[in-house]
Design a protein around this ligand. Structure first.
Ligand code: ITT
Length: 203
């Protein structure tokens, strides 16, 4: 359930903006960049992400913020699915290492994959849009790639230093944010949201 309020803006949301239910500042930055033309504001309420799927967790996060403010909100649940690890870390990507710094996450992943020859993986992002009426829409984006053997680059967050998208030579952490924000799982999901909002404006 919703427990801890982490964003100081929580008490004074601007009703004209699209609320994003996240506690992750990197996501807010990427979402704001990708959703150019739509004003966005992060409002994170920590929820227990105990869903079985990205969809369930994204809906749960968005619903917590909708309950708090009585206005529509979106949430992002995302993660890395690695083929040779039977889909792990998957929906548990944020909590795969302790503390979950990018360094720790990447190191643990590389260690677990030490003997993996096939290094295919994909990032998945599900954006949930929840209305005060309870109506829910979800939008999914996927970015296929490979896990390289050493961390490379300083941009981005999470597993970016070890993920190289298909057809490109650089990891997400080596490319300018503008490039990642054109091709990422988050960009794909948000493009579907944007297309939906163009036909179904919130107000
Ligand atoms: P919120 O739940 O508050 O939004 P979170 O970071 O806990 O923040 P998730 O539960 O969706 O978000 O966990 C997603 C994790 O997957 C994230 O913490 C990263 O470790 C990883 N991840 C997701 N998208 C990523 C990306 O674009 N680049 C690198 N790692 C990513």
């Amino acid at each position: 359930m919703a427990s801890k309020i982490r964003n100081p803006n929580l008490r004074n949301p601007n009703n004209e903006e699209l609320l994003i239910a996240t506690t992750n500042q990197h996501k807010i930055k990427e979402i704001a960049h990708i959703l150019k033309g739509i004003r966005v504001m992060g409002n994170g309420i920590r929820v227990n992400e105990d869903g079985r799927t990205f969809e369930e967790n994204a809906i749960k996060k968005a619903k917590a913020v909708v309950r708090k403010f009585g206005q529509s909100a979106i949430a992002d649940d995302s993660g890395l699915i690695v083929n040779c690890l039977q889909g792990k870390p998957g929906i548990k990507s944020a909590r795969f290492a302790t503390p979950p710094t990018p360094e720790n996450l990447c190191r643990k992943l590389l260690k677990k994959m030490a003997s993996c020859k096939a290094r295919g993986a994909k990032f998945v992002c599900v954006i949930a849009l929840v209305y005060p009426s309870g109506k829910v829409r979800t939008f999914k984006g996927v970015c296929h790639g490979r896990i390289i053997k050493k961390m490379r680059g300083k941009e981005g967050f999470g597993y970016d230093p070890v993920f190289r998208p298909c057809g490109l030579k650089k990891t997400f952490a080596e490319m300018p944010p503008a490039i990642k924000n054109r091709i990422s799982h988050r960009a794909m999901a948000l493009k579907k949201l944007k297309d939906y909002l163009a036909v179904n404006p919130i107000r």
